[in-house]
Every structure is written in C-alpha cells, then in structure tokens.
Design a protein around this ligand. Structure first.
Ligand code: PLP
Length: 385
C-alpha cells in the first residue's frame, strides 16, 4: 500500500483534470495567438481557464496572468516592482519565506537591493512591530507568504496590508501553499500581487499565476511576443493552463468539503501520534494554520532516518520543504521559530490532501510508533531525560 502524505510538496493530478488535459491535447494544437478558428478556439479555452483561476481567488479575469510556476510568479512580483520603481531599493519580507523568495533575495542583495527580514515568534507568526518599524521611504514592496509550506502557520496578511497602506507601499503575498487550503479572496486580503501554483491544487506542474490588482503598474517579466497581454511573453503552456483552470474549477466546487475532511483526518493523525509516541513536539501555530499540515519533532532522532524507514513501508513524508530536502542544510524556517539545530534535524512534515483516506491514517499510525521505538533504541534516546 502506498500512503502519500507529502501534499505540500506536490499533489496528485486529479483524474478529472487529467481527462480534461488529455482531451485538450488530442484535439487542440492551435496557437492561441493565431486568428483563424484553430487558434481562436484555444484562446477561448485559455480565457475560461483564466476565469476559473480568477473565480477561485475572488479576482477579476483580467487580473490573472499565467506563469511557468509559483516560483516564477514570486520572481516576477519582486523584480517587476523593482523595475517599475527604480528609485526604491528596499524590500521587506519574512524570515520564513520559501526559497523562491529567500534565494531570490540573496541574488538581488548582490545587485545592491536591501532586504529586511521580519522575524517570527515560536509559532511562526511575523513580528508586526518589527514590520511597522522597518518601512522607510525607500521601501518598494512588502512580500509576506500566506501559509508556510513547512509548518503551516498562516500570517495576518490583512494587517500587513493595513501597515503597508499607511506608507503607500505595495504588498505581495506568496499564496502557493494557502490556495486550496484556505478560502482565498484577494479582495478581502487586500494585497496588490499574489502568487499561486497549479501543482499544489491537484493540477499540473509547470504552471502558476500572478494576480496583479487592477491599476497596479508592474513591469513585464519576460519580454518577447504579446502573450498574456504583453506582460509575460512566450507561447502559452496551453495544456498546463487548461489543467490549472480545471483544478481551480474543481476547487470552487468541492474545496471546502475537502478541507473539512482533510482537517479531521489530520487531527486524528495528530492525536494518534501524540498518544502513541512520547516526547514529540508539534511545530507551528496551534490554530492559525492550514489544516492539512503537521510538522513534528522527534527529539533524539534524525528526520532522514524516520523518512527512509517510513519509505520502506510505502509511506511518503518530507523532512522539510521539497526544495531543501536533498540538502544537508537545517531548515531555516525551523531555526527561525527558535528550534535548536538538533531538534530541527529531527522534524518531519506530514501533509495530507484530497485523496487521503482513514485507512492511510491507520497505516501510518501502525508503522510510525514502531519505527520511532526502534530508532530510539539504536540512538540510545532517554525519554526520561
Ligand atoms: N512558494 C511556496 C510557499 C511553495 O511552497 C512553493 C512550492 O513548494 C513555491 C512557492 C514554488 O512553487 P512552484 O513549485 O510552482 O515553483
């Protein structure tokens, strides 16, 4: 049996999305920029996918621009604002952003852009007083993620926007991990720019979108043809966009029901872990969090060993964000919430999704306690210590 508990890394393609994509691939090869019927048909299909993604975000159709990934949307947001406001050279972001923001920041710092990193408390919530004090007339943008990919903590984006508005500063939000896991409404959030990705909502990989609020002036990111209304050149990933649109449509239809069920499964998993395994620590905020994610420390152990032992039983979990799980580096997110490196190295991330069942939870709770007991015996862990 295969138990897939790594839905924050990526989600399985919904079969209905796969059907839609296959049907499209077989029928539609036209270039959406062509003005004859073969091309026009594809353009219309892209328009309805854009409508679906916009609908799921509470945005207008004209505010959604397709990109090649969530990472690209994050890069466009920051570098687009810097190019639009060349006189402003400062960006404020949080200490626990995804590498799509933090590694981009490292790159831009070398080019003279100054980044200020808002610290977080032990549950992963940003320090709003620090944020307030960090804004200067040089600030071009505040970029704060919505839900954290590793610990699931959800940031107070509306308050971030209120602070930014006092200073006339634009706000970008990386919502790649909250899209599908929370009711996203760009109007309620009040942000100017927001990134999402297809493969986190049971859609295909290699397609994302950037919401650009109507009236916000943003430089194009990729220059060339007039695709995406001249904002993101390159012949469209038509099949990816079709899949993303269908995934967004399904989200609007059944997203809330899915979330409640996933939340209950995750809660029973958490209770099972807490009651069967001594001395575990659950990271992240207890309430302000997406309901599918658990990040658990097993003091005395190495997360890699737990992950590999689970893998031999057919269970997939992660040691951190997918992008950093192959590196030796300790998760910066876990360090930022104040964990000691040896505790951070003992954490695994369990993230549930639409296709998980009660049986998955039962299998996991049967395998994990045994694995932990064995590994703790080898590591001479003293639970009384
Ligand atoms: N931002 C966050 C918070 C993410 O979790 C991810 C992916 O894990 C990304 C951005 C990058 O999205 P993509 O994989 O579409 O490039």
């Amino acid at each position: 049996m295969v138990v897939y508990f790594d839905n924050n890394a990526t989600t399985p393609l919904d079969p209905a999305v796969a059907d839609k994509m296959c049907g499209f691939l077989k029928e539609h090869y036209g270039n959406p920029s062509s003005i004859y019927p073969l091309g026009r048909a594809v353009k219309e299909i892209i328009t309805s996918a854009r409508e679906a993604v916009a609908g799921a975000l509470g945005a207008q159709r004209g505010e959604v621009f397709f990109t090649g990934s969530g990472t690209e949307a994050d890069n466009w947001a920051i570098q687009g604002v810097l190019n639009t406001l060349p006189e402003k050279r400062e960006i404020i972001t949080s200490a626990i952003e995804h590498p799509a923001i933090l590694n981009q920041a490292k790159f831009l710092e070398k080019k003279g852009i100054q980044f200020r990193y808002v610290p977080v408390d032990g549950s992963g919530i940003i320090d709003l007083d620090f944020l307030r004090a960090a804004v200067t007339p040089q600030t071009a943008l505040i970029s704060v993620m919505h839900a954290n990919n590793e610990i699931g903590t959800v940031q107070p984006i509306e308050t971030v926007v209120a602070i930014a508005r006092e200073h006339g500063v634009l706000v970008h939000c990386d919502a790649v991990q909250s899209f599908g896991k929370l009711d996203l409404d760009v109007v309620k959030l009040g942000v100017d720019l927001l990134s999402v990705s297809g493969h986190k909502i049971y859609g295909p990989k290699g397609v994302g979108a950037l919401f650009i609020r109507k009236g916000v002036d943003l430089c194009p990111f990729i220059h060339g043809g007039h695709q995406e209304r001249g904002m993101r050149a390159g012949t469209e990933n038509t099949v990816g966009i079709v899949g993303f649109g269908e995934a967004a449509r399904i989200l609007m239809e059944r997203g809330r029901k899915d979330r409640d069920r996933i939340g209950r499964l995750t809660e029973s998993l958490k209770e099972g872990i807490a009651s069967h395994i001594p001395k575990v620590i659950f990271n992240g905020h207890p309430e302000k969090r997406v309901k599918n994610t658990l990040n658990v420390a097993f003091p005395g152990l190495e997360s890699e060993a737990i992950l590999l032992a689970l893998a031999t039983k057919g269970v997939s979990v992660s040691t951190g964000s997918a992008c950093s799980s192959e590196s030796e580096e300790v998760s910066p997110v876990l360090l930022a919430i104040g964990l000691r490196p040896e505790i951070a190295r003992s954490c695994i991330r369990i993230s549930l999704g639409r296709f998980n069942t009660e049986e998955d939870v039962r299998v996991f709770l049967r395998e994990l306690p045994e694995i932990i007991v064995k590994l703790r015996q080898i590591s001479a862990f003293d639970p009384e210590a």
